[in-house]
Design a protein around this ligand. Structure first.
Ligand SMILES: [Zn+2]
Length: 266
């Protein structure tokens, strides 16, 4: 077998501590949480030296990618915040924000390895302008996390946003299922059934984690996943994190459904 480094990993989170001008943000609540403390400890990162910590995170990622046998590139994902009814950023309820400016800056520094997957909460007042800015800057997809960003993907008010994505041919990568890596929000917003509006508007939709719910063997979204695949040729799913024990049931399920496999992204 020939070794070809031909895979692109479409779901790699860019993480960054705020350094004063990278536009990133972390709430003190999240910074103090045990999970976050564990991640900092595991990666040997110090919040007291954000610039060094951010570079260290990147160096680690680059080292892994360069050493990979199969993966040549990674789409680096941003993380937008939570917006109020007027479309303004609500810092008080935003736990973690990785700015699109930082995503693009990082991709420009390593253009042979990284692709840009900025994040746009459709609730922000300039959401459509940001779609065009990101498309012009070379984004390959737009990432969202409805539970944490607290918006309902099925809300008809977002139709013009989806039309802009379809027009600019930007896939919409949405987290689905239970979200527990960030501080808990409205979990019902992670129901993949809410992605139909974007699909009807012709957007290429990618459901993260193959629609796994993420709570061990309780996989309530498998029927929706199969139905969306059957109905929409523009529906895809990524297989990120499926080897983790709490999502394994979906991986085992996929083995028995070859008709779904052409819809899976690495
Ligand atoms: Zn994600």
């Amino acid at each position: 077998m020939t070794s070809t480094k031909s895979l692109v990993d479409c779901h790699v989170h860019l993480a960054a501590l705020p350094d004063g001008d990278n536009g990133c943000f972390i709430s003190s609540k999240l910074l103090r949480s045990p999970l976050f403390q564990f991640l900092l400890w595991k990666q040997d990162l110090s919040p007291a030296h954000p610039r060094e910590a951010n570079q260290k995170y990147l160096d680690h990622l680059l080292k892994e990618l360069r050493a990979s046998q199969h993966v040549s590139k990674a789409v680096l994902l941003g993380m937008d915040g939570l917006y109020d009814q007027a479309g303004l950023l609500n810092r008080q309820h935003t736990d973690f924000l990785v700015s699109n400016a930082y995503v693009f800056k990082t991709v420009r520094a390593y253009p042979d390895i990284f692709l840009a997957g900025p994040s746009i909460n459709p609730q922000r007042e300039d959401a459509i302008d940001e779609v065009h800015r990101c498309a012009d800057a070379g984004a390959v997809l737009i990432k969202v996390l409805p539970n944490a960003q607290h918006f309902n993907p099925a809300d008809q008010r977002y139709t013009p946003f989806y039309r802009a994505l379809a027009q600019r041919k930007l896939p919409f990568l949405s987290h689905v299922g239970y979200e527990f890596s960030l501080i808990g929000k409205d979990q019902s917003l992670g129901d993949p059934d809410r992605l139909r509006l974007a699909l009807e508007e012709g957007v290429t939709v990618i459901a993260a984690h193959a629609c796994s719910y993420g709570l061990m063997f309780y996989e309530k979204f498998i029927p929706t996943f199969r139905e969306l695949c059957a109905r929409y040729p523009n529906f895809y799913a990524d297989i990120s994190a499926l080897t983790q024990p709490h999502r394994l049931k979906v991986l085992l399920h996929l083995r028995h459904h070859p008709e779904l496999q052409s819809r899976l992204l690495f």
